[in-house]
Design a protein around this ligand. Structure first.
Ligand SMILES: Nc1ncnc2c1ncn2[C@@H]1O[C@H](COP(=O)(O)OP(=O)(O)OP(=O)(O)O)[C@@H](O)[C@H]1O
Ligand SMILES: [Mg+2]
Length: 306
């Protein structure tokens, strides 16, 4: 039997004034999975996240965190969550360690060993005794995550954790987020408007656009490419189209002298042979494997991401 979902969104909607910003989102997030919440600017990621953690009222629908409703049972629900939505609050004149100690004192049952554990989970051992005010953006963010993890949440929510980080910082975020999911079995939700970033750290991606979920899929399934997109420069193109349809029952589209189709790579020699035998001149063949990016753009229907 599958484990209980860490978090469930049940047809949540948000209206502000007359405008419906979130139009009914339903999906589950599982323990130990890194879930990417992807969408262009203004899609509704932050609004959804704010509702997930009770920072904003849900107009309709509900969010259950380990079965507890954020609406009707906020106290129990929020106990399972660690989140960084706004900039984490830090005391700049205290060390990272002292900052964590300070927060730990507000939560019952947090030992120094747990603090050490979260520091190591986010890889902050080295600078932990330096003043937080001197931390780089990436280090501040890790300290924020360490803080959010102190009470052993089942769900960790990070709104655009790679924003403002350099490529090195982004790579590090990726590593410790994976580490967290695996070692603590937390469900991590990360939002982003960059597919390239998110596909490397997530197990599953949900895409939101204009407040609607338009696709949700495992990264594995999305990257599995059985068929490639093939472009054949052929003259005359319409004769090529006919031949391919007759011999292979594959529909093609023509753009100028380029015939475009989707087929297995192994079919290419047969297709070319058939064209040449059918007296079509073949000037070139290009194979474009369908990347995740292309698939998503197909789903979205326009170049909306990035
Ligand atoms: N308080 C508000 N009043 C009216 N409209 C709002 C309010 N807050 C957000 N919106 C609108 O809701 C939509 C979604 O905004 P949201 O901040 O959730 O998007 P986002 O996906 O987080 O975008 P970004 O990638 O830029 O962070 C936008 O069109 C925004 O203008
Ligand atoms: Mg946002």
């Amino acid at each position: 039997m599958a484990a209980e979902p860490a978090m469930q969104l049940i047809d949540i909607k948000k209206s502000i004034g007359k405008k419906q910003i979130i139009k009914g989102l339903t999906f589950d997030i599982n323990p130990g999975e890194v879930f990417g919440f992807l969408g262009p600017n203004g899609a509704g990621k932050t609004t959804t996240i704010r509702m997930m953690v009770g920072l904003m009222k849900i107009t309709e629908g509900d969010v259950l965190i380990k079965g507890d409703s954020i609406k009707s049972n906020y106290k129990d629900a929020i106990r399972h969550v660690g989140a960084i939505v706004e900039n984490p609050e830090m005391y700049p004149f205290m060390s990272g360690w002292k900052n964590l100690l300070h927060y730990a004192r507000m939560i019952p049952g947090i030992t120094e060993d747990r603090i050490k554990e979260v520091v190591s989970l986010v890889g902050l051992e080295k600078p932990i005794h330096e003043k937080a005010g001197r931390y780089s953006l990436g280090m501040r963010q890790r300290l924020g995550i360490a803080q959010a993890l102190l009470h052993r949440p089942s769900v960790l929510i990070l709104d655009e954790p790679t924003n403002g980080l350099d490529p090195h910082g982004i790579r590090e975020v990726r590593q410790y987020i994976r580490n967290l999911a695996e070692k603590e079995n937390v469900a991590v939700i990360v939002s982003s408007h960059l597919l390239s970033e998110i596909e490397m750290m997530c197990d599953r991606i949900g895409i939101i656009k204009n407040g609607e979920l338009i696709a949700i899929e495992t990264v594995k399934a999305l990257t599995k490419t059985e068929e490639d997109r093939i472009h054949i420069e052929a003259v005359p193109a319409n004769r090529a189209k006919e031949l391919i349809r007759e011999a292979f029952q594959i529909e093609t589209t023509i753009e100028g002298e380029t015939v475009k189709l989707t087929a297995k790579r192994g079919e290419i020699p047969k297709i070319v042979k058939c064209l040449v035998e059918g007296e079509v001149d073949v000037f070139g063949v290009q194979v474009r494997s369908s990347t995740l990016e292309e698939k998503f753009l197909d789903v979205i229907g326009e170049n909306a991401i990035e």
